[in-house]
Design a protein around this ligand. Structure first.
Ligand SMILES: NC(=O)c1ccc[n+]([C@@H]2O[C@H](COP(=O)([O-])OP(=O)(O)OC[C@H]3O[C@@H](n4cnc5c(N)ncnc54)[C@H](O)[C@@H]3O)[C@@H](O)[C@H]2O)c1
Length: 368
């Protein structure tokens, strides 16, 4: 097995086929664990079936807990989010108890950000915390959600409001999973890739600006191109969370685009027409930039939600933004990239700023 590709806040991470990364890692750590428990998003399982079969061969009969979070046939953005609840935790904790997992058991979490956050939280709290590994299967989870140790659930309809920091024992990123992902989910993850480029990877930004096909038709990307994008994007997140694992400073920069973005995401959820997280963040980044250039607009335009945004009134956004958990007391503060990579600028927004920036965004993207 090759040396890890990254260390993220102490956790090793590999990019490559599960057969060449996860399986040898498990073999090497066999003596440390009393058993395995696989928590898997049923929609992601088919692409990982080969690795799961190989795992059965090597480990015999291990415990499995498939999660049916959404119907792959009738895809609706964000529908798996409804499963990130205390009720799902109860189901998982019960399955862990029935499987008689002790404190030396290892949980394998295979799925997107919903499964990763939920499964990580269940593992972090079961018997005061047992080890887990993340096997992210969406682009968003590969480059963001599975890295950095934030785990949690939604409660009383407030996103991620109950949670913990617990780093995974390891992370295994297999780009094969991207082949079965819905194109809108690919674009959603690409918004976080672009965010990382703005934050700390000018060469990645240039690469994306010179190759419009990456954001316009991600379903046609070659494994080589995915590999390159994943490495460049993950390097940014790895550096930030390793420097500031508990979000006392620089980690706030990862929220670039997320104040306007969460406002938009919440708005569309409230009217029963959910958009993806990345679509909201793509719009959020353009709103939060001090002065977006034509190149910024051209880059992010293909990632915007495929719905009319002019229907959204700035005051609805402001109302949602005031409830944002990132706010500092009552102030709505955004963190945007500074002039040099890995530097941050913080700005407090007034209602007039939000109105002005939203109208600017609608005008610049031809939606006014
Ligand atoms: N912990 C963190 O630091 C962090 C960071 C960003 C986002 N998040 C969380 O991540 C969640 C969103 O994650 P997501 O975008 O991965 O969504 P998701 O987990 O809901 O997955 C999106 C959809 O794709 C399906 N799916 C997953 N993998 C698949 C595959 N390989 N093939 C086919 N279908 C597949 C899922 O069933 C789901 O319908 C949110 O809850 C968000 O709060 C967490």
């Amino acid at each position: 097995m090759s040396a890890h590709d990254f260390v993220i806040a102490g956790s090793p991470a590999w990019i490559g086929s599960l057969e060449q990364t996860l399986l040898p890692w498990l073999e090497a750590h066999r003596a440390s664990y009393s058993g395995l428990f696989l928590l898997a998003d049923a929609n992601a399982l088919p692409a990982g079936q080969g690795a799961v079969d190989a795992l059965s061969e090597a480990w015999g009969d291990f415990h499995r807990c498939p999660m049916i979070l959404s119907d792959a046939q009738t895809y609706t953005p964000g529908d798996a989010e409804a499963g990130k609840t205390l009720l799902s935790c109860e189901r998982i904790w019960r399955a862990m108890l029935e499987a008689r997992l002790d404190r030396r058991a290892l949980v394998l979490i295979l799925g997107g950000g919903v499964t990763g956050d939920l499964g990580g939280f269940c593992a972090a709290t079961y018997k005061r915390g047992i080890d887990f590994v993340q096997i992210p299967t969406t682009l968003l989870a590969m480059t963001d959600a599975a890295l950095g140790g934030k785990v949690g659930i939604n409660f009383d309809d407030i996103k991620n409001t109950i949670g913990a920091f617990r780093q995974p024992a390891a992370v295994f990123i297999d780009p094969t999973f991207l082949q079965t992902l819905h194109p809108r989910e690919l674009r959603s993850g690409l918004a976080e890739v672009v965010k990382h480029a703005y934050i700390g990877a000018p060469e990645l930004l240039q690469y994306l600006q010179q190759r419009p096909h990456v954001l316009n038709a991600p379903e046609n990307l070659s494994p080589h191109e995915w590999n390159r994008l994943l490495r460049a994007s993950i390097a940014v997140k790895a550096r930030i969370v390793s420097e500031d694992p508990l979000e006392h400073g620089l980690r706030a920069l990862l929220n670039f685009g997320h104040t306007f973005g969460h406002g938009l995401e919440s708005y569309f959820l409230s009217i029963g027409q959910p958009i993806t997280h990345g679509e909201a963040i793509a719009a959020g980044m353009l709103c939060e930039m001090e002065d977006p250039s034509p190149a910024d607009i051209a880059l992010l335009q293909p990632l915007l939600p495929p719905v009319s945004l002019s229907q959204v009134c700035w005051s609805s956004l402001w109302a949602f933004m005031q409830q944002d958990k990132k706010n500092d007391r009552d102030r709505v503060v955004i963190a945007t990239p500074g002039d040099a990579p890995f530097t941050m600028r913080k700005t407090t927004l007034t209602p007039a700023d939000v109105q002005g920036r939203w109208q600017r965004f609608l005008g610049q993207t031809g939606q006014a």
